[in-house]
Design a protein around this ligand. Structure first.
Ligand code: NAD
Ligand code: UDP
Length: 330
């Protein structure tokens, strides 16, 4: 298949491009480089031996995007392009609503116009809100606590409504839990601009002594050790989930959790990082972070039953690969 990958130079998009290329698919990448670097394209070539066609385009710009649709015939689109920093979305709601919603609408409009009938969307476990884990796909969408989360829930609704009146248009909503880790070549991984918001990139910066201390946000949750519990998933497993989705998605709308089904606390993750990598991660416990919930992990059985996909890598792989990337690339 020929697959359009928006946001394909970003963290998850680049790993997915590799899996698609290595499975024989043709990949065309669009990215405006707002949160990624052009050199990732060279890394993709180094890893796969193929250089995907790349357009530096903002997916909200319909005219520019339409030129790409006129030049290629796509079998499907995977839509990763989006802004993703929760805290920044609170400070800049309009930027987040505009970028994340308009990109989804413009891309789906052109897919309909040009008969591109498979649309895979990057959603998030945040749409489950604070319901009791394990999260299942048939749980109701909840109001999220920030504009970023709202853009995911709204995009899901926009795509569901669009699919319901366009029977040939298939939509697959993939709800990611906590993507971490890096490609085992150590060539690509998570490389956020500035001080990271997420746990794993913060831990790697502390381990590398670029930041002094990890703040553990709360140790009084009702969890195994009081710190927050999440379902960390290796980015290569996540990428393979997209490959399974685009190859096997059925008609209409399908929704899948992409998680391991296992919860890991902040303190457990720090312990695993220290043990596997033999490196110290100084931390201090501070107050809870606003908007955080105690526990979030997936019920991943639907993806396993319907897509034949399940996560294979464990927390040791995740902390090891994250550290290898950090050491090799910065
Ligand atoms: P990322 O920032 O590394 O990748 C997103 C890419 O999209 C970047 O390369 C960025 O330059 C590009 N981009 C953003 N807006 C664009 C636009 N208007 N036009 C063209 N390119 C644009 O993020 P990621 O971690 O790879 O996330 C990919 C998707 O998955 C995002 O939609 C994100 O919201 C979603 N998601 C991520 C996580 C996570 O924890 N990483 C969890 C759940 C969902
Ligand atoms: N966390 C933390 N310190 C940090 C960043 C995150 O203790 O510097 C905790 C956070 O409270 C949550 C978990 O790590 O329990 C995962 O947070 P992250 O921001 O990575 O992902 P989220 O699940 O919030 O999207």
């Amino acid at each position: 298949m020929t697959i359009l990958v928006t946001g394909g130079l970003g963290f998850i998009g680049s790993h997915t491009a590799i899996e698609l290329i290595e499975s024989g698919h043709e990949v065309i990448i669009l990215d405006n480089l707002i949160n990624s670097k052009l050199e990732v394209l060279d890394k993709l070539f180094e890893i796969t031996g193929k250089r995907p066609i790349f357009y530096q385009i903002d997916v909200t710009q319909q005219a520019a995007l339409e030129e790409v649709f006129q030049s290629h015939r796509f079998d499907g689109a995977i839509h990763f392009a989006g802004l993703k920093a929760v805290g920044e979305s609170v400070a800049k709601p309009l930027e987040y609503y505009y970028n994340n919603l308009v990109s989804t609408m413009v891309l789906s409009k052109l897919c309909l116009k040009y008969g591109v009938n498979k649309f895979v969307f990057s959603s998030s476990a945040t749409v489950y809100g604070d319901q009791i884990s394990p999260m299942r796909e048939d749980m109701p969408l909840q109001r999220t606590t920030n504009p970023y989360g709202e853009t995911k829930a709204m995009s899901e609704r926009i795509l569901m409504d669009t699919a319901s009146v366009n029977p040939d248009f298939s939509v697959c909503l993939l709800r990611y839990f906590n993507p971490v880790g890096a490609h085992d070549s150590g060539l690509i991984g998570e490389d956020p601009n500035g001080i990271p918001n997420n746990l794993m990139p913060f831990v790697t910066k502390v381990a590398k002594k670029e930041l002094d201390t990890l703040s553990v946000f709360g140790d009084d949750y009702d969890t195994i050790d009081g710190s927050g519990v999440r379902d960390y998933i290796h980015v290569v497993d996540l990428a393979r989930g997209h490959l399974a989705a685009i190859e096997k998605m059925g008609p209409g709308v399908s929704i899948y959790n992409l998680g391991t089904g296992r919860g890991t606390s902040v303190l457990e993750l720090v312990e695993a990082f220290t043990r596997v990598n033999n490196v110290v991660v100084p931390y201090e416990v501070v107050a809870r972070r606003d908007g955080d919930i105690a526990t979030s992990y997936a019920d991943p059985t639907k993806a396993e039953e319907e897509l034949g996909w399940s996560a294979q890598k464990d927390i040791e792989d995740m902390v090891g690969d994250a550290w290898r990337f950090e050491q090799q690339n910065k």
